[in-house]
Write a protein that binds this ligand. Structure first.
Ligand code: ATP
Ligand code: MG
Length: 662
């Protein structure tokens, strides 16, 4: 990869300084303050993390050792310290005098609002925890949470943490088969679920899918199914196994002594999105994970006591763990928890909800932004400019690279050119943000996640683990362990070692699986796409992201995904899948537009990047977390049929449509 330069990240020359007012009050104010923290970490790595862990968490028993590398790559952090995550998120805020502060503003699918103060939430979690204990659930047991977005969903996670049970949240959109596989892999003793969930005005089943999963067999470890009554819909009840949440917890005491656990105690197992293959059961530890969730709330989101913070992710994804269930509560914030979907009752729901709750910090995914651009293009009423967004002071994105044009739209139309955008690069495995602008310090460049957080030793290397100079693309790695990193893959330490610490890189660097490039002048990082997705056209290596962003910059294009397919003359040819802001074209119209887009990319990047083939669709195949599944598009581009794992695919029907070329 080293010989061939890619141009990714070098085109973009728009720079946006953090607004002066923002920088003045920020937790990390100005680049000097950022640099100081980086220098502190470089000079005394363990001292740096030890200080932060003592300052940001309440320890029941203080740790004496910061990092234990004796069994690398199975690193241990703060190993002889003891704490409890739920104590840190709830009791600590009450002790600090914030018991009456609103912890959660729950915005239901139908717009109904319920609030819970820190004191309320503490009582609910304690009752829940006592209920779990009364069923014999104890420290070290695994509990599956298969719930929609709700205060009860967050309380379920916190209740597990309180008693030292390891939770594994399974996104409520997953099928019975996916649920069964996760139950078996985790060896769970109980499932917490709801009768049904409400999404977009419609009740969708949860409990009946649990029944189906358990009937598939292999789930004999499950003793209890605890059901939260959300809709009151009709469900089957199995005597002796199923119980209503309210009947289990209502009579329980509202105090529950936290179970103090070692810092390395597994707080949760969470399966990855499955964008690149079979989902992996990522295991996180209590101490290091919670430290990073709390600290990044302060650094990246600059959280302040009077902020109203809203992360639109689902608790089924890691973003909903770190930035809904743990991080905001660990810093005593007020947060919105949203049950619904961005398009119900109309595609202005996000903006309407921001105005309604006077949200000041808003965190969402590029896929949501792209779909709302498309919607507001055809309907003025749902355009962000039709709502009062004056409460916003900070915006964020996560999940995929954000195309520069989508970034600009978000900046102008949602942030009114007043709000910094934090483009946060991270993964299920990293536990929290890794590479991101700091809103009061880092000058922003659309499409770039800019610089690593202090203490994160991110770098770009070639296939043999050698550093590549800035301006050349390569493989993103992290050279030193960090507190919130994945500890292992549940039940599969070998896969952990080979997937994340491969021998090819010397077994010492964490391999993220993404390609990246650093800007020659600024050193800024831009993610170029998954390593597996790098294209090689006539010997030129290109990231998928650059071509996709060029396509999205065309006024008619809403979304694009690019893959390679084998080609006799060029080795690999570029095949682009395109979704328009208007209806899907057919016949000659499609051919004409495909030609126009080819020329457009040729002009934007260069003739070598012109897609050989363009296919139009109403949508792209996406994971249930909204990420484009390029591995399926690669199969379609080759004209083969799909035999891969599609268990986490949101919209299987779209595959049929994308088989045909324009
Ligand atoms: P699997 O590991 O099962 O293939 P996944 O990688 O999609 O699934 P996640 O852990 O949810 O599962 O996603 C992490 C990935 O998302 C990163 O490796 C990166 O490819 C992408 N990503 C997340 N945030 C950003 C960002 N700000 N910029 C660019 N890419 C991002
Ligand atoms: Mg991944």
């Amino acid at each position: 990869m080293a010989e061939n330069e890619t141009t990714q990240g070098l085109h973009e020359n728009r720079v946006f300084a953090p607004p002066a007012g923002f920088a003045a009050g920020a937790a990390i104010s100005g680049m000097d303050a950022y640099q100081q923290l980086c220098d502190e970490a470089a000079a005394d790595y363990e001292g740096f993390w030890g200080r932060l862990a003592r300052e940001n968490l309440a320890w029941h028993k203080p740790f004496t050792q910061v990092l234990d590398e004796s069994d690398a790559p199975f690193y241990k952090w703060f190993a002889d310290g003891q704490l409890n995550a739920s104590y840190n998120c709830l009791d600590r805020n009450i002790e600090n005098g914030n018991g009456d502060k609103t912890a959660i503003i729950f915005e239901a699918d139908d717009g109904q609002v319920t609030r819970a103060s820190y004191r309320d939430l503490h009582a609910r979690v304690c009752k829940f925890a006592n209920g779990l204990k009364s069923r014999g659930i104890k420290k070290g047991d695994r509990v599956i949470i298969y719930m929609s977005m709700s205060i009860e969903g967050v309380a379920a996670m916190q209740a597990c943490a309180r008693i030292g049970a390891t939770h594994s949240v399974v996104f409520g959109g997953f099928s019975a088969k996916s649920l069964q596989e996760r139950v078996i892999d985790a060896g769970a003793v109980a499932i917490i679920t709801a009768d049904e969930q409400l999404r977009g005005g419609k009740p969708l089943p949860l409990k009946s899918i649990v029944d189906e999963a358990l009937a598939m067999g292999g789930c004999e470890s499950i003793r209890d199914v605890i059901v939260y009554k959300r809709t009151g819909g009709n469900i089957a009840f199995q005597e002796g196994r199923d119980l209503w949440l309210n009947e289990l917890v209502d009579s329980q005491p509202a105090e529950c002594e936290p179970e103090w656990v070692d810092a390395e105690h597994p707080l949760f197992i969470l399966y990855t999105s499955g964008s690149t293959g079979t989902p992996k059961g990522v295991q996180h530890a209590t101490g290091g994970y919670l430290l990073w969730a709390a600290l990044t709330m302060k650094w990246t989101f600059d959280i302040k006591p009077d902020d109203v913070y809203w992360c639109t992710a689902d608790i089924g994804w890691v973003t909903g763990h770190s930035y809904i269930a743990y991080g905001p509560l660990a810093v005593g914030a007020t947060e919105v928890v949203f049950e619904g979907v961005p398009t119900f009752p109309h595609a202005g729901r996000f903006w309407e909800t921001v105005a309604k709750h006077r949200v000041s910090i808003f965190y969402t995914a590029p896929t949501a932004i792209r779909s709302l651009i498309k919607a507001s293009n055809s309907d003025e009423k749902v355009h962000p400019q039709s709502f009062d967004l004056s409460s916003l002071r900070l915006l964020g994105t996560v999940g995929e690279p954000i195309n520069p044009e989508a970034w600009m739209w978000y900046y102008k139309n949602v942030g009114n050119e007043r709000c910094p955008i934090v483009d946060t690069f991270w993964q299920t495995e990293t536990g929290g943000h890794m590479i991101t602008p700091l809103p009061g310090a880092t000058p922003m460049v659309p499409g770039s996640c800019t610089l690593p957080l202090p203490g994160i030793m991110a770098a770009i290397v070639d296939e043999s683990g050698q550093d590549v100079p800035n301006g050349q693309g390569g493989i993103l790695v992290v050279k030193r362990p960090w507190p919130s990193m994945i500890r292992t893959i549940w039940n599969n330490p070998d896969r952990f070692r080979t997937a994340y610490y491969p021998d090819e890189l010397g077994g010492k660097y964490y391999l993220a699986g993404d390609g990246a490039i650093r800007n020659k002048d600024t050193g800024y990082f831009t993610i170029t796409g998954r390593i597996d997705d790098v294209l090689n056209v006539s010997g030129h290596r290109m990231g998928t992201m650059e071509i996709e962003s060029a396509l999205v910059a065309h006024p008619l294009v809403a979304e694009a995904a690019v893959v390679g397919k084998p080609d006799d003359t060029t080795g690999e040819a570029i095949c682009a899948f395109v979704v328009l802001k208007q209806a899907r074209p057919h016949g000659d119209d499609a051919k004409k537009l495909a030609q126009e887009l080819r020329n457009w990319v040729g002009k934007e990047i260069g003739p070598i990047a012109k897609p050989k083939e363009i296919r139009f669709g109403d949508n792209l195949p996406k994971t249930r977390s909204g990420k484009i599944m390029r591995r399926l598009l690669r199969v379609l581009a080759k004209g083969e049929s799909i035999t891969q794992d599609v268990s986490t695919l949101e919209n299987p029907a779209i595959l049929e449509q994308l088989k045909e070329s324009a």
